[in-house]
Design a protein around this ligand. Sequence first.
Ligand SMILES: Cc1cc2nc3c(=O)[nH]c(=O)nc-3n(C[C@H](O)[C@H](O)[C@H](O)COP(=O)(O)OP(=O)(O)OC[C@H]3O[C@@H](n4cnc5c(N)ncnc54)[C@H](O)[C@@H]3O)c2cc1C
Length: 452
Amino acid sequence: MLVVEPHDTSTPWDLAIVGAGAAGLATAIFVARRLPAWRVVLLDGAVRPGAKILVSGGGRCNVTNRVVQTSDYNGGSPHVIRRALAAFTVDQTLAFFREIGVALHEEPRGKMFPDSNSARTVLDALLAEVSRRGVRLLAGYRVTAVAKEAVAAQTADRAGRFRLETTHGALSADRVVLATGGLSLPKTGSDGAGYGFAQALGHSLVPPTPALDPLVLEGAFHAPLAGVSHEAALTVHVDGQRPVRRRGPLLWTHFGVSGPVALDVSRFVNRASVEGRSASVTLSCLPEANFEAAEQAFLHVAATQPRATLRSALANLPSALATQPCAPVESGGCAPQLPARLTHALLTVAGVDGHVTLAQLARDHRRRLLQALLAWPLPVVGSRGYKYAEVTAGGVPLDEVDARLHSRCCPGLYLVGEILDVDGRIGGFNFQWAWSGAWALANGLAQEQGGS
Ligand SMILES: Cc1cc2nc3c(=O)[nH]c(=O)nc-3n(C[C@H](O)[C@H](O)[C@H](O)COP(=O)(O)OP(=O)(O)OC[C@H]3O[C@@H](n4cnc5c(N)ncnc54)[C@H](O)[C@@H]3O)c2cc1C
């Protein structure tokens, strides 16, 4: 158990890091490794920091992804994202975790998890390294204000020191890192306080919204589908913008839809809402097919099995599609059958009787059904909110920091992790943003100090 200890307020710290989540812990380690003579303090409001790491990846912590690219992220300047990711690559991340005793393995879709399959291993290793490197962790110290000290109190350092007010007294530091996260899962301690600190020090804010958040659907039509999961593609159509299409597993729930593909598109729905644009979402239950390919497969089944009922032909359409000469390359990833509850819902949406045989099926009914199958308009009313969101979209704009994540608005201030206007898709990309940003920041500080 971490103990809240009194601290020496008289000597300023070289660096104070606010927030001991993934980004703050990694920053503390990398700075302490690069600048071992520095006095580094890491403050967190939680008595036991790292709660978000513990719940991540279903308690297993998806530490990173085998392949991480700038295009896996949304938000501000891709240039800053690219520079940070290049500064600390996936291979360096794997090596770092190996060094601190966490072996990782790869799972489907490139996701990297600890061999222990326990997020606790990741958190404990990070905390142990923080302690080994001599970083002072002040757990249970909530920072309530960050300000530049009055000019009279400044030292020879042109930039001036920072004064941090905490729930256990004040301290001063030559430099401050804000690693306070965003607004997602506020019970873990990230409640947006860091945005206020950044704004008080001259930054602006891209309005935050929940991201990687399940979608809420209007009405009760989806209730009978709760628990059904299948491969899907969701397309978000926002006024005046190019449609965004994402593919992956979808899970129907009592409130709407969840699963990776729903989480991935939620940020686009929420960004549209905060920007006052209207958004609509369509679902394809045959993500690899277009209308022509699906219709061809349907006609082929109708020609070879005219007495099959529509209901069974519909359920088997994915495998029929896969055997078509024009079958798309990716169709092998598709489940051989659509779940029965899903086909029932599709027939209801299309207003077509599933008991008719394929020989009896009218052309306009076939086309209505294919339309529902490939572009079912989902009545999305929003997402579940920060209590359920894995990350926050929006935050401190990336054009207000340089490639070392040094503030362009306030000398001596740095920002890292989710507080910045960056959100990754699901699959380990958000942690990679934290690790890479932490390294870019620490490396930049070391170079400023004349290190290599
Ligand atoms: C349920 C869930 C599952 C997730 N799973 C994954 C996953 O498997 N892979 C992945 O890549 N990403 C995952 N994420 C996202 C990932 O956890 C975040 O992107 C990442 O933790 C952000 O790190 P951070 O350090 O920037 O912020 P946070 O982890 O939010 O840490 C911020 C810290 O700052 C502290 N703090 C805030 N304000 C103050 C203050 N005023 N004073 C002192 N301390 C303060 C907080 O207590 C907190 O400890 C998941 C998120 C959730 C919610």
